[in-house]
Design a protein. Structure first.
Length: 247
């Protein structure tokens, strides 16, 4: 969330900064220090997560049990930390955010790398924008456990439905309603699973976020592939430059 794409226009950066200042106040002291957020806002061209770049390696990322798409034995892994309430994540996944005028990278990543068996994308929680973020993370875990072949369809539907932060969509009622629209998923079964395992899922979400922070990911989205950290709403060429040398 605090990371912005390097290729955004000056006017877009100004609009986004004004829009998300209240979010900085809300999340300060939760997972991201307020001072770090303001440092990023002041230096929106930063590519190092707001501080000295940390050495990363996808081999150090815990991938066990996490949702993924692609060949489980693909030669390249892309780990993706996200929050379903984060507009920058939506910009990367499906686009449609006027203040973040970029081409969504994920469709091209899937077409060029996932569908061809070259890349496995692993999804990691970084829920930090309030109760709706954690509720969405809970449901993501349940969908993956019960209907893994439907996870990505559900994941994309969640971003398509995203509205303004803390707006109408995102609470349990709206997520259950959306889940009912996905053919092949029993929304009542998913809801019951969340009720039974919410504490477990919250622990897993917290662990994902803490792991991401340990690699220098200071907000969403954040990506690691190979030994490259890609912070913020990057466009496809940045992912291509990190993936191709590994193939």
């Amino acid at each position: 969330m605090p990371n912005e794409n390097n290729q955004m226009s000056a006017s877009a950066k100004k609009d986004v900064s004004a829009l998300y200042l209240p979010v900085a106040i809300v999340v300060a002291g939760v997972l991201i220090a307020g001072g770090l957020y303001y440092g990023l806002a002041a230096n929106s061209n930063s590519t190092g997560g707001g501080g000295a770049a940390l050495k990363v390696d996808i081999k150090d990322v815990d991938l066990e049990g996490e949702p993924y798409i692609g060949d489980k034995n693909a030669p390249v892994v892309l780990a993706y930390w996200y929050d379903y309430q984060c507009p920058f994540c939506k910009a990367v996944d499906v686009g449609g955010i006027p203040q973040i005028p970029i081409e969504p990278a994920m469709p091209q990543i899937i077409k060029d790398y996932v569908d061809t068996g070259k890349v496995k994308v692993v999804f990691k929680d970084y829920a930090f924008l309030g109760d709706d973020s954690f509720t969405a993370a809970d449901y993501g875990h349940a969908v993956w456990k019960l209907y893994p072949d439907k996870f990505y369809e559900w994941h994309e539907a969640m971003f398509e439905a995203q509205d303004e932060e803390h707006g109408g969509f995102g609470d349990e009622t709206s997520i259950v309603a959306l889940t009912r629209t996905i053919a092949g998923i029993d929304a009542d079964r998913v809801k019951a699973d969340v009720a039974a395992h919410s504490a477990e899922y919250r622990e897993e979400a917290d662990a994902d976020a803490q792991e991401g922070a340990s690699f220098g990911i200071s907000g969403t989205p954040g990506f690691i592939t190979g030994e490259v950290l890609i912070p913020g709403a990057a466009e496809f060429p940045k992912f291509k430059a990190a993936i191709d040398p590994q193939l």
